[in-house]
Design a protein around this ligand. Structure first.
Ligand SMILES: NC(=O)c1ccc[n+]([C@@H]2O[C@H](COP(=O)([O-])OP(=O)(O)OC[C@H]3O[C@@H](n4cnc5c(N)ncnc54)[C@H](OP(=O)(O)O)[C@@H]3O)[C@@H](O)[C@H]2O)c1
Length: 340
């Protein structure tokens, strides 16, 4: 299976390493031999139809800042859309940053991949947040797959669990903690009595939050993931504009302490029971949604079968790379009509 990877940061490099580490197991368990035939970053590209060496790519990226410096196979100015169109790769892996709703370049790459008959594995939430139904339609039209496991829950198979639960049953509600940064902040406020600013400063110092944390603390990241969950798993068409969003900036130390006295904790909850919403809400301290630190949790309530909760790490380069590999295995079996 030939792969063209766009984005060679934490996730892209973790994927290159993981493909090497898992090579023997992927072949023996799935008869799958993934080969990186192209890697594109913001400043260049490396191409070799016979396969690029992961270690060499990582080394040249660290030394020169771009895979375009790879001896014999590197290019500094290539048109990525032309490259995607002309490449004989089977799958495009899109792992560039999610830049708010400015998703146009990533969207164009996904469309170029579909038009040239390539499957897509996308961990960038941006294009899905703005054009999910259109992308699914385009993939279907071109008879290729669009997979996006890594967009929600990182390596924790949140979407797979929700999809499995929805099969042959009716999902009556979904409640979830989908953003590790805000969970970490609220957890510190509850555990240590810190105020929002102090907890946020810690999250930034520990690398859990960006220097500009607004997408996390204002609830946008969580809402984007809720949109992916609603469309992709529950078949509920919705866009980010349909989600009522309230972030956690207004949560005070006093409110957290007062909830605690009543046996409650405050979590940033993404909810799909009535209208989709993201807001700080109280949950019982003994609820499975009361996860510590930067964990994620998804609770699905079924018409028959009660509530099922999955808890796990929601981010991290290696974790997200495992989600990409899961999607690749899935596509590989679909390509060959064999059960995964
Ligand atoms: N990290 C996580 O824990 C995690 C978890 C789940 C999902 N994700 C998603 O995965 C994606 C990648 O995350 P990351 O942590 O790997 O980000 P990152 O470390 O910032 O890496 C992003 C990569 O994309 C490249 N890039 C940026 N603009 C580009 C363009 N126009 N064309 C080609 N390449 C471009 C960058 O190139 P340069 O290196 O040249 O700057 C860099 O290699 C994001 O959408 C993120 O939301 C990440």
């Amino acid at each position: 299976m030939k792969l063209l990877l766009v984005g060679f940061g934490f996730v892209g490099q973790a994927l290159a390493g993981l493909l090497d580490a898992q090579r023997a197991a992927l072949y023996s368990d799935h008869a799958l031999s993934p080969t990186l035939v192209g890697v594109i970053d913001a400043r260049g590209a490396a191409i070799d139809p016979r396969g690029l060496d992961s270690a060499a790519l990582i080394e040249v990226k660290r030394a020169h800042g771009t895979v375009g410096a790879l001896a014999g196979h590197g290019f500094r100015d290539l048109d990525p859309l032309a490259l995607i169109g002309e490449s004989d790769a089977d799958v495009l892996v899109e792992a560039t940053p999610t830049v708010g709703t400015a998703a146009a370049p990533a969207l164009a790459r996904l469309k170029a991949a579909f038009r040239s008959g390539k499957h897509v594995v996308c961990v960038n939430k941006g294009p899905l947040a703005v054009a999910f139904p259109a992308l699914l339609e385009l993939a279907r039209h071109n008879r290729v797959a669009l997979r996006y496991s890594g967009t929600v829950g990182g390596g924790t198979p949140v979407l797979a669990l929700a999809r499995e639960c929805a099969r042959g049953n009716r999902v009556t509600a979904v409640r979830a903690v989908l953003n590790g940064t805000t969970n970490f902040i609220l957890w510190r406020m509850e555990r240590l009595g810190e105020d929002f600013d102090a907890a946020l400063a810690q999250a930034i110092a520990l690398g859990y939050a960006e220097r500009d944390p607004s997408a996390d603390v204002d609830g946008i990241d969580t809402a984007t993931k809720l949109v992916i969950l609603a469309n992709g798993v529950l078949g509920r068409p919705c866009a980010i504009g349909d989600v009522a969003i309230e972030g956690i900036r207004g949560v005070t130390r006093e409110r957290v302490a007062e909830a605690r006295e009543r046996g409650q904790v405050i979590k940033l909850i993404a909810e799909l029971s009535g209208s989709p919403s993201v807001a700080p809400r109280e949950v019982a301290a003994d609820s499975p949604l009361n996860v510590p630190a930067n964990l994620n949790a998804l609770s699905v309530t079924l018409a028959t079968g009660g509530e099922i909760t999955l808890i796990g790490r929601g981010a991290g380069g290696p974790e997200t790379a495992t989600a990409i590999v899961r999607d690749l295995i899935d596509i590989w079996h679909t390509m060959h009509g064999s059960p995964a």
